[in-house]
Design a protein around this ligand. Structure first.
Ligand SMILES: Nc1ncnc2c1ncn2[C@@H]1O[C@H](COP(=O)(O)OP(=O)(O)OP(=O)(O)O)[C@@H](O)[C@H]1O
Length: 310
């Protein structure tokens, strides 16, 4: 239904999107997972025709969206990362304003507004000025705006960044319902692994402008089927210990974050004894040590040697 073919965007010397190939089938929920600066926003800006690609194609049912942007504009709802609302208007006035921009009028507009307010759970607060809304409520109205014209496909650019856990949960559940119950096709970008794991049927992992892996969560984590993750917590950080662990035979990847060290090691390894020995040498106190099933975060670490969120 929607496809990008070798989509590229170069800003001066910086290749923000590098031959990105994605596809979405009708009714799918697809995640674009990557750290800040990976090229997610650039890619979706090109898909939604807000940004002209340096080269490559965006196709809607096989036809070029680059040549004919109107093909996609009516069927696409875009929720940008930045809140795009008038603070001095109420939520209802914002929805009326944006609805008219979409060309929806009169009774049809009022019916649609009632419906989208219900979807985002803000019916009771619709007459309050947006400037008095919390960050999470503003994001929900931002989403309501994108739903006004009944898009076939909705693209969301990190819609939960910087909001409270309750609003975050509300948004995630709402996206799930739009996809699973209303059959809307979703392209969801995030740097939160848990969100794409929870919401998306298929996931593209991006880094430095490139798609570095794609598949279902199970397919992606099976990249690590012969490996496992060891998570070590210490009473404080021990840089020397990290260095020694990195040099230990059989340790494939190591990342540290404050008092925590995460290792990717081959399954069935016998490294725990060695780790305890090294900790003793460095007089480091291990407060916990856990062997875990690999997550998408570990897949990213395995592929790039870095954490998803640094
Ligand atoms: N208008 C622009 N001019 C120059 N460079 C840009 C522009 N927009 C993005 N970039 C650069 O392109 C790269 C990809 O940025 P992009 O915003 O697409 O990443 P992202 O994965 O969406 O991350 P974030 O979540 O931080 O937005 C970054 O190096 C960024 O600095």
């Amino acid at each position: 239904m929607l496809e990008t073919v070798d989509l590229k965007k170069v800003f001066k010397q910086n290749v923000a999107a590098d031959d990105v190939n994605l596809y979405l089938d009708r009714g799918e929920s697809v995640g674009l997972l990557g750290p800040n600066g990976a090229g997610k926003s650039t890619t979706i800006s090109m898909i939604s025709t807000l940004l002209k690609p340096t080269s490559g194609e965006v196709k809607w049912h096989g036809d070029s969206v680059i040549k004919n942007p109107s093909l996609i504009r009516d069927v696409l709802g875009v929720v940008p990362q930045e809140i795009a609302l008038y603070e001095e208007l109420t939520a209802l006035e914002n929805l009326r304003f944006f609805g008219k921009i979409y060309g929806i009028k009169g009774k049809q507009l009022e019916t649609k507004i009632t419906e989208v307010l219900e979807i985002v759970g803000l019916t009771d607060r619709q007459k309050e000025l947006v400037k008095h809304y919390s960050g999470g409520m503003k994001r929900r109205i931002n989403i309501a705006v994108a739903l006004l014209h009944e898009p076939e496909i909705i693209i969301m650019d990190e819609p939960t960044v910087g909001i409270d856990p309750q609003s975050r949960n509300y948004i995630l559940e709402m996206v799930r319902q739009l996809n699973k119950e209303k059959g809307m096709t979703v392209l969801y970008t995030s740097h939160y692994m848990e969100e794409v794991e929870r919401l998306c049927d298929r996931i593209y992992i991006m880094d430095h402008g490139k798609v570095i892996a794609t598949g279902t969560k199970e397919e992606l984590t099976s990249i690590l089927s012969s490996e496992e993750t060891i998570l070590i917590e210490l009473d404080q950080s021990y840089p020397q210990l990290v260095e020694k662990i990195k040099q230990t035979d059989g340790v494939l990847q190591v990342v540290e974050h404050e008092q925590e060290i995460k290792l990717i090691v081959p399954k069935g390894n016998r490294l725990l004894g060695k780790i305890f020995q090294l900790a003793e040498q460095e007089q480091a106190q291990i407060t916990s040590i856990n062997v875990q099933i690999p997550t998408l975060e570990d897949v990213f670490l395995h592929l790039t040697g870095r954490k998803l969120r640094d």
